[in-house]
Design a protein around this ligand. Structure first.
Ligand SMILES: *Cc1c(COP(=O)(O)O)cnc(C)c1O
Length: 403
């Protein structure tokens, strides 16, 4: 069974119809208490190595089915489900750091994950240093004797710079005083277990906002930490002490999302690229940031390491369009909802204003907008973008004429 391909894992993972009267799906096991028929059974369940369910916070059939499926899909030793993607990030970050440690964090990671490092880990005595997305093997010079964690994400949140994940991982580990103590963690939400094979690149921990493509329908918050055999027990122990868990109802929907993630993702990937190409050809657009476009500076790295692209990318509008004009563009869009998150079936737009950056390139001159492409008809999406770009242009022409 270890040779199962991803699509088969998504269809069959975590299922055991015989344990559920033949029902195809694992039913929702809503509950807190799990009853034992005798003291002897309760004692047996507490034995190390027992896989009996003791209490829902530390596991139930829904969490186990979801976790086993994601771990198998990504090729990790195990997975830990959490109530949100940010909880997965904060749990893994806290599990792997102690006072006196030094950690290296890519400047372009997801904003709240970065804020957790700056606001919580630093308060707990962890030294946090940011690295530029193009650091490559030069990361070696930033590794100190007490560096215990490197936290990366590719492409960067909102700004989409690629990171050479294998080069950074290998160079950081080679420079570590004790290579076993330095762990590399990647937020692989954009790459997904399908498009970036984390554990084949020497990375120890992969974190996902399950909220995005796994759930896929914009109706559940969920997170998951996938880790290798050396790291997973440590994170699981910490997660249990932290009280981190996800609701059985949400896990049921997360696993249901995984059943169709492959087809959704492949379809959205193609549509995302089609819209990115269409936008790149527009005179109102100065640049499209999408690593699957051959013109993108990160394209070679993406092509070497990734087998696909999420339908999430950014554009820079031409600098001649001011805030009022670009706001008009967003407000004129009919099919692109203005809202946070992504990975659902519907298209979204989100302004990338004021990204916190310490060492990465600053914001471009033109306004940057992030697009998520859903499953709407491509021609409808292009028509919508076309009319909204027209409204933006008309407003700026009017402003010019009034000057
Ligand atoms: C959304 C997101 C998260 C956080 O996930 P939530 O479920 O919203 O908490 C983490 N990382 C990335 C890259 C994200 O886009």
């Amino acid at each position: 069974m270890t040779t199962r391909k991803p699509d088969t894992i998504m269809a069959h993972g975590g299922r055991d119809p015989n344990a559920h009267h033949g029902f195809v799906n694992v039913p929702v096991h809503r509950g807190s208490t799990i009853l034992f028929p005798s003291v002897a059974a309760w004692r047996a369940a507490k034995q190390p190595g027992s896989d009996a369910y003791m209490y829902t916070r530390i596991g139930n059939p829904n969490s186990r089915a979801f976790e086993q499926t994601v771990a198998a899909l990504e090729g990790g030793a195990g997975a830990i489900a959490t109530c949100s993607g940010l909880a997965a990030l904060s749990t893994a970050l806290s599990a792997l750091t102690s006072a006196g440690d030094h950690i290296l964090v890519a400047d372009t990671v997801y904003g709240p994950g970065r804020a957790y490092c700056e606001k919580v880990l630093m308060r707990m005595g962890v030294e946090v240093e940011f690295i530029a997305p193009d650091v490559g093997t030069a990361i070696a010079s930033q590794v100190k004797p007490n560096t215990t964690l490197v936290y990366l994400e590719a492409p960067g949140s909102h700004s989409f710079e690629m990171i050479d994940l294998p080069a950074v991982t290998n160079a950081a580990k080679a420079a570590a005083a004790d290579p076993g103590r330095l762990r590399v963690m990647v937020d692989n939400t954009w790459g997904t277990p399908l498009f970036f094979r984390t554990f084949e690149h020497g990375i120890d921990v992969s974190v996902h906002a399950g909220t995005k493509y796994m759930v896929g329908h914009s109706d559940v918050m969920l997170g998951v930490i996938v880790a290798n055999a050396a790291t997973e027990p440590e994170i699981r122990r910490f997660a249990h002490l932290q009280g981190v868990c996800a609701s059985p109802d949400d896990l049921f929907l997360g696993l249901r999302g995984l059943r169709t993630m492959g087809v959704r993702l492949r379809e959205q990937s193609q549509r995302g690229l089609a819209i990115a190409e269409w936008l790149a050809a527009r005179p109102e657009v100065a640049r499209v940031r999408h690593p699957a476009l051959p013109s993108d500076p990160g394209h070679a790295i993406w092509k070497r390491d990734f087998t696909g692209a999420a339908s999430l990318f950014a554009i820079e509008l031409d600098g001649r369009y001011d805030l009022a004009a670009t706001d008009r563009f967003i407000d004129s869009l009919q099919y692109f909802g203005l809202g946070a998150s992504w990975g659902g079936f519907e298209s979204l737009v989100y302004p990338g204003d004021d990204l916190p950056r310490a060492v990465a390139p600053p914001q471009p001159a033109g306004r940057m907008l992030r697009f998520h492409i859903g499953l709407e008809d491509l021609d409808d999406l292009k028509d919508d973008l076309n009319q909204a770009l027209g409204q933006m242009h008309a407003l700026s022409q009017g402003a010019d004429a009034a000057e």
